[in-house]
Design a protein around this ligand. Structure first.
Ligand code: GUN
Length: 282
């Protein structure tokens, strides 16, 4: 069996079409949805990510501003910038790119963002809303994974989902979203004793560790759905995920590629969250 691909580029193109239409409708009411992206320091991966986020806004009728600061920026200065963006009526969403330089307390900066503009969904208020099933912004990467499952008409109720990774950005919110859809959810991590014993039970596997080949073909139940959140460079410098794609695609029912899988969906969900923030403000 060869798995069917879930094409994140194709799904993103479709969803971004809806985004562009909704943005146009808002502009007709005199509101241009606006996203502020703040980058501190010169992390090369972050530079690429923020460029892609800003470009996606421009391509789909959203206003965006990119604020770049030297790594010597102080925490106090950054908090002041965030406060000013909180007050800016042209800005509906604020994203402070992580990681931040080590002298800045990232959580403190995240908590300074107004929850109404927290389009990353990292604020403690957003996390609490997700946990309790209240309305709020969902973190973009796991939200994109949910859209991918929805796109194949996958019914999660009663299924066993295994999430590998427990970060605040992906693993934990992913588990909560799957749980909200009535899946039975297991979270695995670096201290899990027998990862393979867990993944072999899974109908859905989300790999979000940041390490190549965390999931290999022998760890996957035939027909399972495999979502690969990883974004790594292999020995030859080529982009790869956390999943041994060539092997696992021979066993899985569905699989997301890297690149062209979850990555573009993350940016698409950021656009959707920003639109939602603008619509709520209207
Ligand atoms: N760094 C890696 N992923 C993300 C993300 O989704 N949002 C922000 N703000 N920083 C990140």
């Amino acid at each position: 069996m060869t798995a069917q691909l879930i094409d994140g580029n194709a799904l993103s193109a479709q969803l971004r079409g809806d985004v562009a239409r909704r943005a146009q409708a808002l502009r007709a009411q005199g509101i241009t949805p606006g996203l502020a992206v703040v980058l501190v320091g010169d992390n090369p991966a972050s530079q690429v990510y923020v460029r892609n986020k800003v470009k996606a806004c421009q391509d789909n009728g959203l206003h965006s501003v990119l604020e770049k600061y030297d790594s010597s920026m102080t925490e106090e200065q950054l908090l002041a910038r965030v406060e000013s963006l909180n007050q800016d009526p042209k800005i509906h969403g604020i994203l402070v790119q992580l990681p931040l330089p080590s002298h800045i307390d990232a959580q403190k900066v995240i908590e300074a963002i107004s929850p109404a503009k927290d389009v990353d969904g990292f604020h403690i208020a957003s996390a609490g809303a997700l946990m309790t099933g209240m309305p709020g912004f969902w973190p973009c990467t796991p939200y994109g994974c949910m859209k991918m499952l929805e796109s194949i008409g996958y019914e999660l109720r009663g299924k066993h989902a295994v999430v590998i990774g427990r970060s605040n950005i992906v693993g934990k919110p992913m588990a909560l979203m799957l749980l909200q859809k009535d899946a039975t959810v297991t979270i695995c991590h670096s201290r899990t004793k027998d990862l393979k014993a867990q993944t072999l039970q899974a109908d859905v596997i989300v790999a979000a560790v940041g390490q190549p080949n965390v999931l290999t073909a022998d760890m996957v139940k035939p027909g399972a759905v495999v979502l690969d959140v990883g974004m790594n460079r292999n020995g030859e410098g080529k982009l790869c995920g956390d999943v041994d794609f060539a092997g696992v695609r021979q066993v899985a029912g569905y699989i997301t590629p890297v690149p062209g899988g979850v990555g573009p969906m993350t940016i698409t969900m950021l656009l959707i969250n920003t639109l939602q923030a603008a619509e709520r403000s209207a």
